[in-house]
Design a protein around this ligand. Structure first.
Ligand SMILES: *[C@@H]1O[C@H](CO)[C@@H](O)[C@H](O)[C@H]1NC(C)=O
Ligand SMILES: *[C@@H]1O[C@H](CO)[C@@H](O)[C@H](O)[C@H]1NC(C)=O
Ligand SMILES: *[C@@H]1O[C@H](CO)[C@@H](O)[C@H](O)[C@H]1NC(C)=O
Ligand SMILES: *[C@@H]1O[C@H](CO)[C@@H](O)[C@H](O)[C@H]1NC(C)=O
Ligand SMILES: *[C@@H]1O[C@H](CO)[C@@H](O)[C@H](O)[C@H]1NC(C)=O
Length: 286
C-alpha cells in the first residue's frame, strides 16, 4: 500500500507544474483537504462559469405549473405563449448544466435535463445530460428503461462499455437452440474527445475515466424522461435472498447472509471511483 506521502509525490510529479510542499506537521485530514484543494486548482472544470442570463429562475412549483400548462397546450403558438411571454428573453428555453461543487474523490456529477426541471422539453421527445467525470470516476453500470442514449465525450477520455442483450435464452421455440448460459458479451472502447457512442434503450452500460485528468460528456436521449436503473442495486434488491443465489447458478458464490450484508452499500448514483486508478493518480481513496 502506498503511504500518503508517496501518493502525494506521485500526484505532484504526475500532474502539477508548480508543486507545493506539504508540511510534515500537517494532520492527515489537513493534508487530504489540501489535496482536494490542489485538485480544484489544477482542474479548470472546478471553476466553471455561469452566465446568469441562462439560468432558469423559476421555483420548483412554477416549473411544475409550466410543465402542466405545456402538456395541455395544443399548438406551438400556445406553447410559445407560455414559454416566451417576454421576448427576446430566452431563459425558459435554456438549461444550465454547470455545478461548481464536485471535487475528487467524488467520481463526478451528471446533470440531466428532464421534462420536470426543463419543461420546454415536453413537446420535443428529447432530454440531454452533461457529465463531469473526475479522474478515476466511474459512472456505475446502469440502464435507461425508456431511452436510447448517444453520448459524446467533449473533453478528456472515457472508457465506454455496453453489455449486449440476452440472445436466445427467452422465447425460443421447441426444438430451437438451447439457452446460452454464462457471461453476456461486453463491447468496450476508449472514447477520446468528440467521439460518440450509442447505448441502446434498456441495455446495461457504464463509463469510466481511467485518466488522471477530468473528462466531460454530453449525452442526448430520445425521451424527456429517460429514467435510470442501477444494475447492481436492481439485481441485489430482489428478494428473498435465495432468489439471487439461485439466479447466479452457483449458490456458493454469495450466500443469502452475504447478500443481505451487501444491500446497504449498493450505490445508486454517480459517486464511485475505482481504487487502482485512484492509487495511480494519487487521489485519496477511502
Ligand atoms: C417563463 O415562463 C413562465 C410561465 O411558466 C412565465 O411566467 C415567465 O415570464 C417566463 N419567463 C420569461 C423570461 O419569459
Ligand atoms: C430574463 O428573465 C429572467 C427571469 O424572469 C430574469 O431573471 C433575467 O434577468 C432576464 N434576462 C434578461 C436579459 O432580461
Ligand atoms: C451541486 O453538487 C453538489 C454536490 O454534488 C450538490 O450537493 C448540489 O445540490 C448541486 N447543486 C445543484 C444546483 O444541483
Ligand atoms: C482532446 O482534444 C484536444 C484538442 O484537439 C487535444 O489537445 C487533446 O489531446 C485531446 N485529448 C484526448 C484525450 O484525446
Ligand atoms: C473490455 O472487455 C474485455 C472483455 O469483454 C475485458 O477483458 C476488458 O477488461 C475490458 N476493458 C476495459 C477497459 O474495461
Amino acid at each position: 500500500m502506498h503511504s500518503l506521502s508517496s501518493v502525494l509525490a506521485l500526484l505532484v510529479t504526475a500532474s502539477i507544474a508548480s508543486p507545493v510542499a506539504v508540511e510534515e506537521t500537517q494532520t492527515l485530514e489537513a493534508r487530504t483537504a489540501d489535496q482536494y484543494k490542489r485538485w480544484d486548482d489544477m482542474n479548470p472544470l472546478a471553476k466553471r462559469n455561469v452566465n446568469p442570463d441562462t439560468v432558469n429562475v423559476l421555483t420548483p412549483e412554477q416549473l411544475t405549473a409550466q410543465r402542466n400548462a405545456l402538456l395541455l397546450a395544443q399548438s406551438e403558438t400556445a406553447r410559445e405563449a407560455i414559454l416566451f411571454p417576454n421576448p427576446p428573453n430566452a431563459s425558459n428555453d435554456t438549461f444550465q448544466f454547470i455545478n461548481n461543487t464536485v471535487t475528487p474523490p467524488t467520481g463526478g456529477t451528471i446533470f440531466l435535463s428532464t421534462i420536470n426541471n426543463f419543461p420546454a422539453l415536453g413537446a420535443t421527445g428529447l432530454a440531454q445530460a452533461v457529465g463531469f467525470v473526475n479522474p478515476c470516476g466511474l459512472n456505475t453500470p446502469h440502464w435507461h428503461p425508456r431511452a436510447n442514449e448517444f453520448l459524446t465525450v467533449v473533453q478528456g477520455s472515457l472508457i465506454g462499455a455496453l453489455i449486449l442483450e440476452n440472445d436466445n435464452g427467452f422465447g425460443n421455440v421447441v426444438g430451437g437452440p438451447a439457452p446460452i448460459i454464462g457471461a453476456l458479451p461486453q463491447i468496450n472502447t476508449t472514447l477520446s474527445n468528440y467521439t460518440g457512442m450509442l447505448f441502446p434503450k434498456g441495455l446495461i452500460h457504464w463509463q469510466f475515466n481511467n485518466e488522471c485528468e477530468p473528462a466531460v460528456f454530453v449525452a442526448g436521449f430520445d425521451t424527456p424522461d429517460p429514467g435510470r436503473a442501477e444494475a447492481a442495486r436492481g439485481f441485489f434488491s430482489a428478494e428473498p435472498d435465495e432468489v439471487i443465489s439461485a439466479s447466479t447458478g452457483f449458490s456458493d458464490f454469495l450466500t443469502p447472509a452475504q447478500i443481505k450484508g451487501l444491500r446497504p452499500t449498493l450505490t445508486s448514483s454517480f459517486t464511485s471511483i475505482v481504487e487502482s486508478c485512484a492509487k495511480k493518480c494519487g487521489i485519496p481513496f477511502e
